[in-house]
Design a protein around this ligand. Structure first.
Ligand code: SF4
Length: 396
């Protein structure tokens, strides 16, 4: 069942989609085609635009939209080759791993796409204790992880005192490790306290850089402006900051994706998490189609070219919609994977979307499996904190 707001949005989006498709089907309509040096770019030849992206790490909004709406297998191949080359020039053939610890599936929010939203009464709730979280980190350390990502819903139990205590204990025990938090929207003061406690990085997906689209994905209590405020505060508080979005989320069109790319270009995140939207049956978006591997990989390549040193995960969601999705993400320009270190007993409960993979394996199995998969495509999982590398040849 869609909410009223969602249903209204659907009609509007469908109308817009029709308009967009009509434009895409008429290559002679020059108004929809960006020009380069006076020459209109043909639908089938996107290489001048890709060359421009490689040289400038920037395109106009119209050019991003055009690159997405008119994509071809040939353009995808070219982007992926260029992105892989750029990625190799900075990170070689290494793949960084992050140990993901899903600390709570309790959330005060009701994002329309999320399986652990507060209105989902079918969700069986859990919260790890600080000792359990420490124990996951210790196990991860022994397996070679040097970054721990604490991720959870916006659960009031993890106030500043509790969360700062956990961060401090992990850093005291494992001073050579980075701690990344992915704990949602908090006050600037809270971000500052957590940073002072030792947190190094913070992931907060912006979800969409289009305010109207944001409002179709979230309840009225949540605000696009506050999400952007959080990202600014995180940057100013000294974190390595990650943003990101779902590919193929309801009502998303190439125009919204173009805004996401422009936002990434301007915000210049240290990390960027993108993965396909996958519907969860117990949400208002349960009947919407999933995003695709094809478009996700296409966008991964573009993001690598916009921001060459960015830490770019090949997400579990990619591996969920395709058996070799994570390998395809790496080959498209990603350089990070995030195996699960949560206790096996709770993994199925952290179900943001249906059919999530890797919920039944022990952490050691997950790591070994990913190492084997990466080796099979010519990449090597390394034991390192995996901070962003600043490449002086690129825009700083
Ligand atoms: S997406 Fe995050 S903030 Fe929104 S309901 Fe899910 S866990 Fe909560």
């Amino acid at each position: 069942m869609r909410s009223d707001r969602a249903a209204d949005g659907a009609a509007e989006a469908d109308k817009r989609q029709e308009t967009g498709n009509a434009a895409a089907a008429s290559p002679d309509r020059a108004s929809n085609q960006p020009e380069m040096g006076g020459a209109v770019i043909g639908r089938r030849n996107l290489s001048p635009l890709i060359d421009k992206l490689c040289a400038d790490h920037s395109l106009s909004l119209a050019e991003y939209e055009f690159l997405i709406a008119n994509r071809t297998p040939e353009a995808a191949r070219l982007l992926s080759e260029r992105a892989a080359a750029v990625r190799k020039s900075i990170y070689g053939n290494t793949v960084y791993i992050r140990g993901l610890i899903e600390i709570s599936n309790i959330c005060r929010n009701d994002c329309l796409y999320c399986g652990i939203r507060k209105s989902n009464s079918n969700c069986s709730r859990y919260r790890l204790t600080p000792e359990e979280i420490l124990s996951c980190a210790n196990e991860g350390y022994a397996l070679g992880f040097r970054t721990f990502v604490l991720q959870g819903g916006e659960d009031g139990y993890f106030n500043d005192t509790v969360l700062c205590g956990i961060v401090r204990r992990i850093k005291e025990r494992h001073p050579d490790c980075a701690v990344t938090l992915s704990m949602g929207e908090r006050s600037r003061e809270s971000y500052k306290l957590l940073r002072d406690a030792g947190a190094d990085r913070y992931l907060l997906r912006h979800e969409t850089a289009d305010k109207a689209h944001y409002e179709k994905l979230h309840p009225v209590q949540m605000s696009y402006d506050n999400r952007m405020r959080c990202l600014r505060d995180l940057r100013e508080t000294g974190y390595q900051v990650g943003c990101g979005f779902m590919v193929g989320s309801p009502y998303q069109t190439p125009a919204e994706l173009a805004k996401d790319l422009k936002f990434i270009e301007n915000f210049r995140p240290d990390m960027c998490g993108i993965g396909p939207f996958i519907p969860h049956r117990d949400t208002p978006f349960g009947g919407f189609p999933a995003g695709t591997v094809e478009l996700t990989c296409y966008l991964l390549s573009i993001i690598r070219l916009i921001r060459p040193p960015v830490l770019l995960p090949s997400t579990t969601a990619l591996g969920t919609i395709h058996p070799t999705g994570r390998e395809m993400g790496i080959l498209s320009g990603a350089n990070v994977i995030m195996p699960n270190l949560s206790p096996v007993s709770v993994r199925k409960k952290y179900e943001l979307y249906n059919n999530k993979i890797c919920t039944g394996e022990e952490s050691a199995q997950c790591r070994a499996d990913l190492e084997r998969r990466m080796r099979a495509i010519g990449y090597e999982v390394v034991t390192a904190r995996g901070d962003i590398r600043r490449d002086t040849r690129q825009r700083p």
